[in-house]
Design a protein around this ligand. Structure first.
Ligand SMILES: C[S@@+](CC[C@H](N)C(=O)[O-])C[C@H]1O[C@@H](n2cnc3c(N)ncnc32)[C@H](O)[C@@H]1O
Length: 513
């Protein structure tokens, strides 16, 4: 099969020499995701399927030439064959590795044969694990696979990691066909830093439009005052909008040298469990290498802070409450416990391991408003806007972050009896305003039905505390001292929220249009 394409750097000769940070993190996320995803296949809806397909659409050789490190197919096969829950898995898994270059496809077959041999010790399995390497073109092979009666109805996990960004190579319409199948997910390497060069080349417009699935990207990336990173983020926002998945996450990676975007991973799923697992994998990956950030929430967990402590959980609970207040306090409908849990998963950088702490705060809101609440089980029947607003007056004001222009931490602030609803700092400047560096007021868009879906992923406002910590990146040395202080403060002062100010917290997560 012809392996020549006219897309930018479709053959990157240096690629398979040795893994760079970017390779490590991509594979780390993939591995962690698969490890957590496989046991889920023994439960719930996955049991209904006889077979699940794992597809690596741009598989490569399976091994880095110089270092001998694993490429994505070997990482995935090892994760599946060596899974600790192997005996419990009930659904058959068929893994398909598509590679255009015949030599690479051959090398890959050999590599995966070796991997399989290494796992030859029989495991008493209920399910079958099979794999094949297809030497072919991703689009053609996927079209064939989607129509194959043998695989009808089988959920697909698609990992697609091409060189370059050309609609001919990875069109949006194909990804959405995959997502339209039940329980299917896509994990994509979408754009790297060199994309900016191609945005302006006229005869590439069609190719990029196919990649994104609409022409909306053209307007998004044009703008004289946009820097290259902003341009890519706007592009990714449009890309995510066109991906027909209910939940979408974006993991960005910056260059250590110039802080520019190196590449962008995008995940799409219709399954909250898939979202949670990927959110965890991406969050953990952002701890590993300094140049990475999980841009969906601009989260970088502060290494000095022990996230399992009660103090940290209290901070999470209070920050979440502010976010709830910001989103829901002007709506009429009461808010249920499951809607709150859903909100935390979808709209905040947190995992819900602070139920008790949040429960305590919300309990008073229910007492003030209406409804019933069992703090222990977090069974919250409903919470009203009145409750949230009162809580804000009573509780949050006391915990108002102490903000100083230089980003210094300072001690707790006494409550100001004169402050009324609407006059609190965090109401005047929302997380979005702070990100934009403005102190202006934001017009809140009414939330139509907070019980079903909160705002779309492109509207996510990152957590204030963490955004601010990120904003300090330019002065990292200084930040580390602050963070250490923050950690110490948190240990010393339970119940006090500390925030580091950064007026230049960047507009990285701004949505387009
Ligand atoms: C970035 S590399 C893949 C790296 C691999 N996913 C990993 O992480 O180890 C992209 C691969 O896609 C192959 N390729 C390029 N165009 C393709 C196409 N249209 N269909 C399938 N494979 C293609 C290239 O030969 C190359 O091996």
């Amino acid at each position: 099969m012809d392996n020549t394409t006219d897309q930018p750097h479709s053959s990157n000769k240096g690629h398979f020499k040795a893994k760079q940070d970017r390779g490590h993190v991509k594979h780390y996320i993939l591995e962690k995701y698969l490890q957590a995803w496989l046991p889920k296949m023994s439960h719930g809806e996955y049991r209904l399927y006889q077979k699940i397909l794992y597809v690596d659409g741009f598989a490569g050789t399976g091994e880095f030439e110089k270092s001998g490190e694993d490429g994505s197919p070997a990482v995935a096969l090892k994760a599946v064959l060596g899974h600790s829950h192997g005996e419990k898995l009930v659904v058959d898994i068929h893994m398909i590795f598509i590679e255009l270059n015949p030599k690479s496809a051959k090398a890959l077959e050999e590599k995966l044969g070796k991997v399989q041999y290494d796992f030859r010790t029989p495991v008493k399995r209920k399910n079958k694990i099979t794999w094949e390497v297809i030497n072919g073109n991703f689009v053609e092979e996927m079209d064939r696979l989607l129509d194959n009666p043998e695989f009808i109805g089988a959920p697909i996990f698609l990992f697609a990691d091409p060189f370059g960004y050309d609609g001919k190579i990875m069109p949006m319409r194909l990804l959405n066909q995959v997502l339209a199948r039940p329980s299917s997910e896509v994990f994509l390497n979408v754009m790297d830093g060199s994309a900016n060069r191609f945005f302006n080349i006229e005869n590439r417009e069609d190719a990029i439009t196919q990649l994104v699935g609409s022409e909306k990207w053209i307007e998004a990336v044009r703008g004289e005052d946009l820097n290259p990173s902003d341009r890519i983020l706007r592009f990714i926002t449009v890309y995510k909008q066109n991906l027909n998945a209910e939940y979408k996450l974006h993991f960005g990676m910056r260059s250590k040298k110039n802080n520019r975007h190196m590449y962008n991973l995008v995940f799409g799923t219709n399954h909250p469990a898939g979202l949670e697992v990927m959110k965890r994998a991406m969050t953990n990956a952002s701890q590993d290498i300094e140049s990475l950030y999980f841009s969906e929430f601009l989260t970088s967990r502060v290494p000095q802070v022990d996230v399992t402590t009660k103090e940290y959980k209290i901070v999470c609970a209070r920050n979440t409450l502010k976010r709830l207040w910001w989103e829901f306090s002007d709506t009429e409908e009461p808010l249920s416990g499951s809607a709150i849990a859903n909100f935390i998963l979808r709209e905040t950088p947190y995992f819900f391991n602070f139920k008790r702490q949040l429960g305590k705060l919300l309990q008073s809101a229910v007492t003030i408003g209406s409804g019933k609440f069992d703090e222990r089980s977090f069974r919250l029947s409903e919470i009203t806007a009145a409750g949230l607003i009162q809580l804000e007056i009573q509780g949050l004001q006391l915990e108002e972050p102490v903000v100083s222009k230089k980003g210094r931490l300072s001690g707790p602030k006494k409550p100001n009896a004169k402050q009324k609803v609407g006059s609190l700092n965090f109401k005047k400047s929302s997380p979005t305003d702070i990100m934009k560096g403005s102190r202006g007021s934001r017009v809140k868009t009414p939330i139509k039905n907070q019980h079903s879906k909160a705002s779309t992923s492109s509207e996510i406002t990152p957590d204030m505390t963490l955004v601010k910590l990120w904003g300090q990146q330019k002065a990292r040395q200084e930040q580390q001292t602050h963070v250490r202080n923050l950690s110490n403060e948190m240990h010393k002062q339970v119940n006090k929220v500390e925030t580091i100010t950064d007026d230049d917290s960047s507009s990285e997560d701004e949505s387009v249009g």
